[in-house]
Ligand binder design. Structure first.
Ligand SMILES: Cc1ncc(COP(=O)(O)O)c(C=O)c1O
Length: 257
């Protein structure tokens, strides 16, 4: 979330700021919390992609009244089906959410509010526990791969890379994704595919307001442009250094660099 743009977007109806800690990097939370304070707004973080990411030593999901983490299989800590967690220090939210996750039912069996079936099942929890043991190692490797990518493709004209692992002491990034902004994105994707390299376009290149069936009428040219030029490079625990090097060489080849 671009903190500079927030104040312009606040209206008398605004109640909440919800920063998304995208790609495993925490937004500029000092500015966001200052603005929230100034306008009396609550902050809830979408930390679905950011378990373990930090800003000034503080973890994603711990800044506002509440945050969420996704354990969807594509996430750095993923289970084999759907799963997630809500983080909060607010006792009221904790108690309500705990009821809502189980049909509004408390441990004594009394149902006091309407709720959902959002329990994390035991099998998924066991899988998460198993992978969690190696979580720091996994993040370390992802940061290593990000460094290899940076060293391999930085300096290509028009190609914008994520910040490097040590470029900003305020941020500890976990690289849920390595998302680059590139000219001729769709052509690059096809070129890489023909070289045997799979890449992904986050959310199919569309932002939520572009799904007109949902009733949105706004246009957001800045965001839409970012979605049209962004590409996720391969980043997983089985990719080797040589394979990352091959991806980098192919990208350089595409741009004749
Ligand atoms: C930023 C962000 N928010 C929310 C979600 C939704 O998470 P889940 O699929 O676990 O509901 C995702 C997952 O794709 C995400 O990346």
């Amino acid at each position: 979330m671009d903190a500079v743009s927030i104040e312009r977007a606040i209206t008398p109806k605004t109640k909440v700021i919800m920063p998304t800690q995208l790609n495993g990097r925490v937004a500029d939370m000092d500015s966001i919390l200052t603005i929230a304070d100034k306008y009396g707004l609550q902050v809830y973080e979408d930390s679905a992609q950011a378990l373990g990411a930090k800003y000034k030593g503080r973890s994603a999901g711990s800044f506002g009244l509440g945050g969420c983490i996704s354990f969807y299989p594509a996430k750095v800590l993923g289970c084999f089906g759907d799963g997630g967690a809500i983080l909060t220090n607010d006792v009221g939210i904790y108690n309500t959410v705990k009821l809502m996750r189980d049909h509004g039912r408390s441990e004594d069996g009394n149902v006091s509010i309407w709720g959902y079936n959002s329990r994390l099942d035991n099998l998924q929890a066991a899988i998460l526990n198993y992978f969690f043991d190696d979580y720091e190692k996994i993040i370390g490797r992802r940061r290593e791969i990000a460094t290899l990518y940076y060293n391999g493709i930085n300096g290509i004209d028009g190609v914008i890379l994520p910040p490097t692992v040590n470029s900003d002491i305020d941020h500890f990034d976990i690289f849920q994704n390595y998302e680059v902004e590139v000219p001729n994105r769709d052509e690059l994707k096809e070129y890489l595919s023909n070289k045997g390299i799979g890449t992904l376009i986050q959310w199919g290149s569309k932002v939520v307001h572009e799904f007109k069936d949902l009733g949105f009428t706004q246009s957001m040219p800045f965001t839409e442009n970012i979605m049209r030029i962004s590409l996720l490079l391969p980043l997983n625990m089985s990719i080797t250094d040589d394979e990352v090097d091959y991806v980098c060489q192919c990208i350089r080849g595409f741009y004749n660099d």
